[in-house]
Design a protein. Structure first.
Length: 282
């Protein structure tokens, strides 16, 4: 069964999982660079590499949106999907696996397959069929697609995807451009590990990289650096407060500071972010 935190995540990130809401949802297409695109709608951001030899799909949102996602991809390049990549296991990024996995192999870290296998109602076609421990590289047309696993960050199965020729980075949920990040402590996540992973991504890509975040708008390396600075500030602030013997109630009352209060959003409020930090750093 899904953990309560996982169920809450799915509900809030989709705004509403009702059939009517999904029926009204629109999947938008935005060019990132070269032949790489970002698809947006309810759930996590999708990355698409479109070539005459076929398409690569990074994440696939919720199951009811699968046909709309397929139509959006067809509007870019009317070719079949060759490969699907899961950046992690959360359902707002893997809900369409069953649909797309029936047509193309799914690649993911081995922990993603393990976690997606746990619900008794899972379908075989929804599971990754190619797994790895550290990463791998896919070559398609003129593009080199680098998959790199980063441990103990958002979850224990996170992968970032870098399109070397296009110079586009898909971070999965190791970057929430919309505000404070969700660190899934119940699924191997860690705030310190999350920061280390963001810093590693920053060290791994050029300054002019185009970034597709897990949630939010197309971003720059400067945006990701600012995100890392915020996380480092948050960790230091809570560590100092805990060392001084402050209680959770007092830390929450003190707040994160005026410079970052605006990063509260529908799923991760300032209070929830502080509670996550406290729970992990105690």
């Amino acid at each position: 069964m899904l953990k309560k935190a996982q169920v809450l995540l799915l509900l809030l990130l989709s705004a509403s999982t009702s059939a009517a809401n999904m029926a009204d949802a629109v999947i938008t297409v935005q060019p990132a660079a070269n032949n790489v695109y970002m698809l947006q709608g309810p759930g996590g951001n999708i990355g698409v590499l479109a070539t005459e030899q076929g398409l690569i799909l990074i994440d696939d949102k919720f199951a009811p949106l699968a046909e709309k996602i397929a139509a959006a991809m067809k509007s870019i390049e009317d070719k079949p999907v060759k490969y699907v990549i899961n950046t992690h296991y959360h359902g707002d990024h893997t809900g369409g696996n069953s649909y797309f996995g029936a047509h193309a192999p799914i690649f993911a870290h081995e922990n993603v397959r393990q976690r997606l296998s746990q619900p008794s109602e899972h379908q075989a076609s929804s599971l990754p069929v190619v797994t790895y421990q550290e990463g791998l590289t896919i070559y398609l047309a003129q593009e080199e697609v680098q998959l790199k696993h980063l441990p103990q960050g958002h979850t224990d199965g996170d992968t970032y995807v870098y399109f070397k020729t296009a110079n586009v980075l898909h971070t999965g949920d190791l970057f929430f451009q919309v505000g404070f990040p969700y660190v899934d402590l119940n699924s191997g996540g860690s705030v310190s590990g999350y920061l280390a992973n963001v810093l590693q991504m920053l060290d791994s890509v050029p300054d002019d990289v185009v970034i597709i975040p897990g949630h939010g708008r197309l971003s720059t390396k400067a945006d990701l650096q600012a995100f890392a600075t915020m996380i480092a500030f948050s960790i230091d602030k809570v560590k100092v407060a805990l060392a001084a013997g402050m209680s959770e109630q007092d830390i929450i009352a003190q707040g994160i500071g005026e410079q970052y209060q605006h990063l509260s959003w529908a799923f991760i409020s300032e209070e929830k972010w502080l509670k996550t930090l406290i729970a992990d750093l105690r």
